[in-house]
Design a protein around this ligand. Structure first.
Ligand code: ATP
Length: 447
């Protein structure tokens, strides 16, 4: 059961240490957020799940971690300097500035200025001299350095078509109106795959990746039935795209894009290549006078070809928001009581198990709890915590709210007969098991 509104999620995220506004003690910085002790775990778990499904489970996908600061020529030839902009309007009545398609209802149409294009890239100075000539950009998408590293990766691995290059990392966009918590922010992370195929095989590959991505979201707890496919109308397509299918999810504030899957054709490799006239490039590209590399690869017949590329591009923050929204549940209990429980998939849960000594600071109980913690921690499934508060009811409530799949309680009976109580987050059922069986039960539930 998803959350009723964004406020419920925002409150939980703040209260339990998932997400904070950046520089909150100075009033914040608009569109920028920090990830607390639980947020960083959830984020890492989501990114790891993506990385595993791409790089480890496919024999033809390689990983990359390229720089954030980007040579301006990369973004000139990619078309970003010229076209990566949104139309912006000012309201003469309230003095605020909006993206043209996001003007709030309280501003009257006749009070708006004519739209002007506003480039979304952050520019920064590189090196000690700030004379305006030595600048770079913070990348607005992770994709471009995948294209500029295309030859490095082909030459250093045994890639042949079809193959992919995957990357997770920060991207920056000076959004005119950041809003809706972490949905639209100015600093975010993308999980992007560029999947290279022979021209002509692009449309089939596109359909296959749409299905694969839906299946992946389902495994993260965002069911396929909660996602609508939206084919972007031709007049709204990005300059590089032949076709884009957006995965639209019903966020607490409305139906919006969770991930975009684009057919970028041979536009990017063609744009960054030298000797373009020798390459039979299908897309319309700007003449490149600066690149020192021909970005082509052998096709099956032995000739050289500039591959087409299919790009599934997902935002980590939007993914977290969808996952949190789907997991958020308010359950009715006996005596008119309720509990909040985050029914996260165990592989995404920030804390995998909490070990709780029944009595706070009791040396025997705490030492045994520490031993159990350390044993489970060594299994390498993620963070295990020792919850030494002595208030079992409060501990269960907290662990439910942060989505911890298992609570293991060590009590005085444990000292007598080596048994502990294991409580399951979703069913709230408790069973007593022998300490020697904890590891296998844990692995069974967490895998
Ligand atoms: P939108 O139309 O919502 O501005 P977009 O079409 O510009 O998004 P893409 O360029 O396709 O987005 O980026 C791929 C993914 O990166 C998006 O599906 C989204 O998950 C994420 N993303 C893009 N912009 C932002 C942002 N400002 N804040 C958070 N995530 C973002």
């Amino acid at each position: 059961m998803p959350a009723n509104n964004m406020d419920e999620l925002v409150a939980l995220c703040k209260r339990r240490g998932f997400i904070f506004q950046s520089a909150e003690i100075y009033g914040g910085l608009q569109g920028i957020y920090d990830y607390g002790p639980l947020g960083v775990e959830l984020k890492n778990n989501l990114k790891n799940a993506w990385w595993k499904s791409m790089v480890y489970e496919n024999d033809n996908i390689e990983g990359l971690d390229a720089s954030i600061l980007t040579n301006s020529m990369v973004l000139d030839y990619s078309g970003h300097t010229e076209t990566f902009s949104d139309p912006m309007v000012d309201c003469k009545s309230c003095g605020l500035r909006f993206r043209e398609d996001q003007v709030p209802e309280y501003c009257k149409k006749e009070d708006l200025t004519e739209p002007r294009q506003f480039n979304l890239m952050f520019k920064t100075n590189v090196g000690p001299i700030d004379d305006g000539s030595s600048y770079a950009y913070l990348r607005p998408e992770t994709a471009q350095q995948i294209f500029t590293n295309f030859k490095n990766i082909v030459d250093s691995t045994s890639c042949s078509l079809p193959f992919g290059i995957a990357q997770i990392g920060k991207a920056f966009r000076n959004e005119i109106t950041p809003r809706n918590f972490i949905f639209r922010v100015r600093e975010f992370e993308q999980m992007e795959l560029e999947y290279f195929v022979a021209p002509g095989e692009d449309e089939d590959a596109h359909n296959i990746w749409v299905q694969k991505r839906l299946n992946w979201w389902e495994k993260q707890g965002v069911p396929i039935k909660s996602i609508q496919l939206h084919e972007v109308p031709i007049e709204e397509l990005a300059h590089y795209s032949k076709k884009t299918v957006d995965l639209m999810y019903k966020f607490p504030h409305g139906l919006e894009e969770l991930e975009g899957i684009a057919n970028r054709t041979d536009f990017d490799l063609g744009s960054h290549s030298k000797n373009q006239n020798e390459l039979n490039i299908h897309a319309k590209v700007k003449l490149n006078k600066d690149s020192n590399s021909k970005l082509s690869i052998k096709n099956r017949e032995g000739g050289m070809v500039v591959p087409f590329v299919i790009e599934p591009s997902a935002g980590v923050e939007r993914g977290m928001l969808a996952v949190l929204n789907e997991a958020f549940t308010i359950e009715s209990l006996a005596e008119n009581k309720t509990r909040i429980v985050l029914k996260l998939k165990p592989h995404l849960a920030p804390i995998k198990a909490a070990i709780i000594p029944l009595k706070k600071n009791d040396e025997n109980l705490v030492n045994l709890a520490k031993k159990i913690k350390s044993k489970l921690q060594q299994l390498g499934y993620g963070r295990i915590i020792l919850e030494n508060t002595g208030n079992i009811g409060k501990s269960y409530r907290k662990q439910d709210e942060i989505g911890t799949p298992l609570c293991i309680t060590v009590d005085f009976k444990t000292l007598e007969n080596n048994s502990v109580t294991v409580r399951d987050r979703d069913s709230m059922q408790q069973e007593r098991i022998n300490i020697k069986d904890i590891e296998s039960l844990f692995m069974e539930k967490i895998k």
